[in-house]
Design a protein around this ligand. Structure first.
Ligand code: AMP
Length: 536
């Protein structure tokens, strides 16, 4: 017997339709690539997304065609999120920080037919245009007044395309399992792999991520996502904002501490989100300039583990801290960490211990850890194994591969992260599988070591990698970026660590650098450090 409820497909267009109907006057504010602040409402965004869908049809883009964006977080990028997917095509958000050879690879691999490019990235695309095999249209995301002189063949102007359409367009209805978006993994080894989101997975992810136990935002909030719309769908915030009706404040290309602070303060931003390095930049700026963002009530961090000192620095300013874990393959949010009623009796320090963990799976997602043979391990807070995940917004295969081919025999997706799961179901990532250090047969967690090092007041960023060792197999090497204006020494770092970590965890070498290399998504690039210092 089947249920007798309406079989309404879960489509991305329904989100913006909802926003325009019930939060129509709510603002979306953008610091544009051209410079000035742009503001409009969900009603405007809806109309323009429809004009964009019409323009795509005029460009002969149809169901299932891939349309790429190389763009910052702006209102135009938001329109592409809705216009492209809403009309049945597939938005491929491209990370502009990829190596040019990988940029070419992903554009060809996804068979992108049209390419929407922010002004900043026009030279990037000009340099590789001869290698692009499928792109028929280049659209520069600006108005006629700012159209650059470009060698991109037949380059079109975004605002002109929209101006030619009236927006009298009905979103089509189709199977909710239709592809809606593509995002490639960062590809630290080999070529990036394409993750293909469906309308169903994106809408369900938005529901899951909008639960109060996940990202607790309401129509009273103003959210500034620093996390880019070209990576992991900006945590699904473009969809969640339409679902929940909070204001969006989009920072465009200015992501430095001063630029973000100014915009957040001016727009009364209440919640921001990004990788830990972005938040470190913010805090550094606040310390140096004596400024802050009085309206900010919560900082949300994901993409890499936050350190205790980062959480405490926000708490010291009366700003709550929310931590989440996820991957490109998990849409991206898999878990978030919030305190529960059971944590009420904890001291402030113990509460930070909890908040440093990656948290509970969003309802709909299941987690387990397995040993090297794929055997499940207990959730006892002690056994460490590779994290596996299941759920309706988790990747089952990469673009071009057989359905299910990314899963193990029992239908679990292996994450490549090492973790323990506590008896209360809370996930704690101990390391990336390839970053763990095996010394004398015992594991050293690079994350744990980095966390302790960054409590040193003169340390800004720290990264620990394994280096081969004749006797012990591997030993930790510590790379440190000192805080600005300090005169940190190797000896002071080692002295600081002594007594705080087991003696055999103490790094064999400490290297001081001006700047630790960051990868395409703003995370510490350990592969680069291994190349330079790993001797392997
Ligand atoms: P990406 O697909 O580029 O977003 O990278 C996903 C990877 O980032 C995960 O597999 C983790 O290794 C790492 N990651 C994401 N969030 C966290 C977190 N909260 N704590 C530790 N590592 C994280």
């Amino acid at each position: 017997m089947y249920g007798l409820m309406m079989d309404t497909p879960l489509l991305i267009s329904s989100l913006i339709e909802h926003a325009s109907t019930v939060f129509g006057g709510t603002e979306i504010v953008t610091r544009t690539v051209e410079g000035p602040i742009h503001r409009y409402t969900w009603t405007d965004a809806h109309l323009r997304s429809k004009q964009l869908a019409q323009a795509l049809q005029t460009l002969d883009i149809h169901d299932g065609d891939a349309v790429a964006t190389v763009a910052w977080n702006t209102h135009r990028h938001l329109e592409l999120y809705y216009g492209v997917s809403g009309m049945g095509a597939v938005i491929h958000t491209v990370n502009p920080r990829l190596h040019p050879s990988q940029l070419v690879y992903v554009l060809n691999h996804a068979k992108d037919r049209a390419l929407f490019i922010d002004l900043t990235f026009v030279p990037l695309l000009e340099a590789v245009q001869d290698h692009l095999q499928t792109v028929k249209h280049f659209v520069v995301m600006t108005d006629a007044a700012h159209m650059p002189k470009t060698t991109l063949p037949g380059a079109l102007c975004y605002e002109d395309l929209l101006a030619a359409e009236d927006g009298a367009y009905e979103w089509p209805t189709f199977d909710e399992n239709t592809a809606a978006g593509i995002c490639y993994t960062s590809g630290t080894t080999g070529n990036p792999k394409g993750v293909v989101y469906s309308h169903r997975s994106s809408v369900l992810h938005a529901y899951g991520a909008s639960l109060p136990s996940a990202l607790p935002l309401s129509p009273g909030d103003a959210m500034l996502p620093v996390v880019p719309m070209f990576h992991v769908n900006a945590w699904g915030i473009p969809y969640g904002a339409a679902m929940c009706g909070y204001r969006l404040v989009l920072p465009g290309p200015r992501l430095d501490g001063a630029g973000l602070t100014e915009l957040m303060a001016a727009e009364g931003v209440t919640v921001c989100c990004g990788v830990p390095t972005v938040h470190l930049g913010l805090l550094d700026h606040w310390r140096e300039s004596g400024t802050g963002v009085p309206s900010l009530r919560m900082a949300t961090v994901g993409g890499a583990a936050p350190t205790r000192s980062l959480i405490e620095a926000f708490h010291a300013r009366g700003i709550a801290f929310l931590h989440g874990w996820g991957m490109t393959e998990t849409s991206p949010i898999g878990t978030t960490c919030t305190l529960s009623a059971l944590d009420e009796g904890l001291t402030d320090e113990q509460k930070v211990d909890v908040l440093m963990r990656q948290g509970r799976p969003l309802c709909g997602v299941r987690l387990r850890i397995v040993d090297a043979f794929g055997e499940p391990l207990p959730n006892d807070g002690e056994a460490m194994g590779e994290l596996q995940i299941q759920g309706p917004w988790i990747c089952s295969a990469y673009l071009g591969d057989e359905p299910g081919s990314a899963l193990d025999d029992e239908g679990w997706f292996p994450t490549g992260d090492m973790a323990v799961i506590h008896p209360d179901g809370i996930l704690q990532i101990t390391d990336r599988k390839k970053d763990l250090i095996k010394s004398g047969g015992e594991w050293i967690s690079s994350l744990d070591l980095e966390d302790v090092v960054t409590r040193h007041p003169e340390v800004s960023v720290a990264a620990v990698i394994a280096v081969p060792h004749e006797k012990w197999g591997e030993r930790p090497l510590l790379v440190v970026q000192p805080a600005q204006g300090t005169s940190l020494s190797r000896e002071s770092v080692l002295e600081f660590l002594e007594g705080q970590v087991a003696k055999w965890w103490l790094p064999d070498e400490v290297v001081l650098v001006d700047a630790i290399p960051l990868g395409a998504t703003g995370k510490v690039q350990k592969s680069k450090l291994r190349e330079t210092y790993g001797r392997a």
